[in-house]
Design a protein around this ligand. Structure first.
Ligand SMILES: Nc1ncnc2c1ncn2[C@@H]1O[C@H](COP(=O)(O)OP(=O)(O)OP(=O)(O)O)[C@@H](O)[C@H]1O
Ligand SMILES: [Mg+2]
Length: 283
């Protein structure tokens, strides 16, 4: 993409806690998070339902204010929502009365660009996500996977420093989901913006990420910072490799650790360190 010149953002979180709820009902959804994400990195946040993943992403988007600690992008404290921090949710937010092209171009309208320029850039974005032939359709005429592709184009047209994704493929069938994961990696290989991708699916996190930050159940804390060096480009065959299975077992054990089970050590040999019962669950 010749025009796509993003400046990938760096994220720093120090002692970050976020309280939700009111008065006596208030509680800390995430607690004392210390982390950094390098520019251009693809990081997955993995954790059980309710652990605070969406809460953390909401703070990165600028929708939620930390109750203590700091959260900054490129050294600037996050002070509110910005197109520089684009969010993709499980369900698209395309406007049903606009064509796919006009939905994607909409962000540029807000920036005051002329119609011809907006449409030209929107066409380039649709090409990036493989939807060039669907520009004039209504969102309702697209499949679920295509709607999410249009949603990604709609966010990327703003050249975000951060691409924030909250279980973006969670509503898709398994095959479409797998194709979307590959497509996202292909897009990211071309644009290299910083991605923070939330999921509770271990396979998805392992397939996509450079790093996985694993969260404990509520209140969410980071219990592991797992670096992945699977070669890229990644294809579906990775999911059945011994290295992948080894790390999957490790992640499963981590997520079960808080249920009171002993945590197995990660060995370099592709074998679990213990024969702990938590590893015997079906893989
Ligand atoms: N506005 C709110 N007021 C009170 N509690 C909330 C609010 N939003 C979320 N919660 C609670 O805060 C906790 C963290 O929620 P959050 O949505 O961040 O979790 P999550 O990890 O994204 O879960 P899931 O995987 O189910 O999407 C949950 O226990 C949830 O019930
Ligand atoms: Mg969530």
């Amino acid at each position: 993409m010749s025009r796509y010149q993003p400046a990938p953002g760096r994220i720093d979180g120090h002692g970050l806690s976020i309280r939700l709820g009111q008065g006596r009902e208030a509680f800390e959804a995430v607690q004392r998070l210390d982390f950094a994400v390098e520019p251009g990195e693809f990081v997955c946040i993995l954790g059980p339902s309710g652990c605070g993943k969406s809460t953390l992403l909401g703070a990165l988007a600028g929708h939620l204010v930390p109750s203590s600690g700091q959260l900054s992008v490129d050294g600037q404290a996050i002070a509110g929502p910005s197109p520089q921090r684009g969010m993709v949710f499980q369900h698209h937010t395309l406007l049903p009365w606009r064509s796919v092209l006009d939905n994607v171009a909409f962000g540029l309208k807000m920036q005051g660009l002329g119609k011809a320029e907006r449409r030209q850039q929107a066409r380039e974005m649709l090409q990036l996500v493989g939807l060039a032939d669907f520009a004039e359709r209504w969102p309702s005429q697209l499949s679920g996977g295509m709607q999410q592709r249009a949603e990604i184009a709609r966010v990327l047209i703003n050249r975000p420093r951060l691409l924030l994704m909250d279980e973006p493929f969670g509503a898709l069938d398994a095959q479409t989901r797998s194709r979307m994961q590959e497509l996202l990696l292909d897009i990211w290989a071309r644009i290299r913006t910083t991605v923070v991708f939330v999921t509770h699916d271990i396979d998805e996190a392992l397939f996509l990420a450079d790093r996985i930050l694993v969260m404990s159940p509520r209140p969410g804390r980071f219990i592991e910072d797992l670096r992945l060096d699977f070669a890229r480009p990644r294809r579906a065959s990775l999911l059945t490799s011994p290295e992948f299975t080894h790390l999957k077992r490790h992640c499963l054990a981590l997520l079960r650790h808080e249920e009171g089970r002993e945590l197995p050590r990660l060995t370099p040999l592709g074998l679990p360190a213990t024969d702990h019962p938590s590893l015997r669950i079906a893989l």
